[in-house]
Design a protein around this ligand. Structure first.
Ligand code: HEM
Length: 470
């Protein structure tokens, strides 16, 4: 067996190897560069503060964390030439708000970029995303104030948008346990739990072999540029240096969840013939949409009712496939459900073995956080700040969203989209496999609206140092 090259952990930003679960408070600051020299000087001071994956080696858990990511326009603002930016994949260069990407992602109607509050065509150009995490509210405020002072005193950067998050629960706003199924990175630290896939590092970090046994395309810079000698020489072109090594792509999306409409819909679909509501039936229907019960217990392993012990047990709650666990037809976990669409495991044609291989080529490292805020009419708005890391935006994030979640023809279905999160418009249905006949829930509405977002690149530490060079 060939040896797996060790991950260069000190050069990899912390978010790649941890979701900072012990830090429930976070703030996302979206910045624009007004003056390159000032911005470079600011970044130079910030680099030593950036949390790296290397720091995890120490037993003591940090109290705060800082990570940084850039849009393609942001990299240009930091002095990257158009030629260098063009070495990045097209979808990243275009940005999430571009028409092509909106079509792929189903960002239409109320979810179109023209309606967004951040990252849209009229909401101010985004260049830098600063991700701040802390174990306490006070800790976050102190960190944020200190960094804000450095930003507001002649840094050449301005704030475009800020979003706070407090993870007060293990459940997402609809009420289901979130953050269970997550791939592990080969050669990374951390304990692998039963059922967890261990994937080649190149699925999530540039510079390493991926699940196709090849290196992902490497963004590079001209080797003649001042400061570029910090970066490793390109293995394929001696006149270029590898800017992307140890970096990855970050998808950031503000997804607002209509919790009231979601549960009203469950109620309307499950009322008895005499018009009475049945909470258990509502939860059972919603669980069919997710593919797990509120506790996180997978329907495939707990088909009839919730099993909170199973849901909370990390040794068991992700240790399943569908066909291998006698759920080929979807009688327990519907083919249409969110988890079966976002990770079909062994259910794609032509056979389970090949299906497992294909499914593993479209995985995401999810790093989402919940948000809640009061909107102008005094109402409460809540949702998820969806964040996902992947080394190939198109093959991973966009594929999952377009070909699996938003496709009406997913895996033998014909008029269905992901019932939980998709661009449903009230005309489609949800099919629940059942005996003697399947159940069809008509008129599926859209429960999740996109409020903003962007594609970012989370560079390695050495690449950040290169960006600070004048
Ligand atoms: C507001 C929006 C969303 C909600 C409420 C939501 C909720 C959930 C829940 C409850 C789970 C099961 C627990 C877990 O394994 O973590 C889950 C799993 C998952 N979700 Fe979502 N999700 C949302 C958006 C998305 C989006 C936009 C994507 C990708 C484009 C996505 C991809 C996934 C994946 C890959 C899994 C794991 C599937 C598995 O391996 O079993 N989710 N989500």
């Amino acid at each position: 067996m060939s040896e797996v090259p060790p991950l260069d952990l000190p050069d990899i930003q912390g978010l790649v190897t941890t979701g900072y679960a012990h830090m429930p408070h976070s703030r996302f600051l979206f910045l624009a560069v007004a003056d390159r020299t000032g911005a470079k000087a600011w970044l130079k001071n910030l680099v030593p503060e950036i949390s790296t994956s290397g720091r995890r080696a120490s037993k003591e858990k940090p109290q705060t964390a800082v990570n940084i990511a850039f849009t393609a326009r942001g990299l240009a603002q930091f002095g990257m030439t158009p030629e260098d930016v063009s070495t990045f994949p097209r979808e990243y260069q275009q940005g999430m708000d571009c028409g092509d990407r909106s079509r792929v992602l189903g960002d239409t109607g109320d979810s179109a970029p023209s309606q967004w509050e951040v990252g849209g065509p009229t909401t101010g150009e985004l260049h830098v995303l600063l991700l701040l995490y802390a174990i306490s509210e006070h800790g976050l405020q102190t960190l944020s104030d200190r960094l804000w002072e450095s930003i507001s005193t002649g840094s050449g950067l301005t704030e475009v948008f800020r979003q706070d998050s407090f993870k007060h629960s293990i459940n997402e706003p609809f009420g289901f346990r979130d953050g269970i199924s997550q791939p592990a990175i080969e050669g990374g630290h951390g304990v692998v739990t039963p059922g967890q896939s261990v994937l080649k590092a190149g699925e999530f970090i540039l510079g390493y072999v991926n699940e196709y046994s090849v290196l992902p395309p490497m963004p590079s810079v001209d080797a003649k540029l001042p400061g570029s000698d910090l970066l490793p020489l390109s293995a394929v072109n001696g006149s270029r240096r590898e800017f992307g090594r140890n970096g990855t792509f970050l998808v950031w999306r503000k997804l607002s969840q209509d919790v009231e409409a979601f549960w009203e819909f469950m109620d309307s679909q499950t009322r008895g013939t005499d018009g009475t509501s049945d909470k258990d039936k509502q939860i059972a229907l919603a669980s069919k949409m997710v593919g797990r019960w509120p506790s996180g217990a997978p329907l495939t392993l707990a088909p009839l009712h919730d099993d909170p012990q199973l849901g909370a047990n990390a040794e068991r709650n992700n240790d399943f496939k569908f066909i291998a666990n006698c759920d080929a037809e979807g009688f327990a976990c519907p083919v249409d459900s969110h988890i079966r669409r976002t990770n079909p495991r062994d259910t794609l044609p032509p056979d389970p073995k090949k299906s497992n291989v294909v499914s593993e080529r479209h995985r995401l490292l999810r790093r989402g956080r919940p948000y809640i805020q009061t909107i102008p009419d005094g109402k409460k708005e809540e949702g998820i700040l969806f964040m996902a890391l992947n080394s190939d935006l198109q093959r991973q994030f966009e594929f999952v969203q377009q070909t699996w979640m938003n496709s009406p023809k997913f895996n033998g279905l014909f008029n269905n989209k992901d019932p939980l999160v998709s661009d449903n418009d009230g005309t489609g249905c949800m099919i629940i496999q059942d005996k003697p006949v399947r159940i069809c829930i008509q008129g599926m509405p859209r429960f999740v609206q996109v409020k903003g977002g962007g594609y970012f690149f989370l560079p390695g530490i050495i690449a950040l140092q290169f960006l600070t060079h004048e």
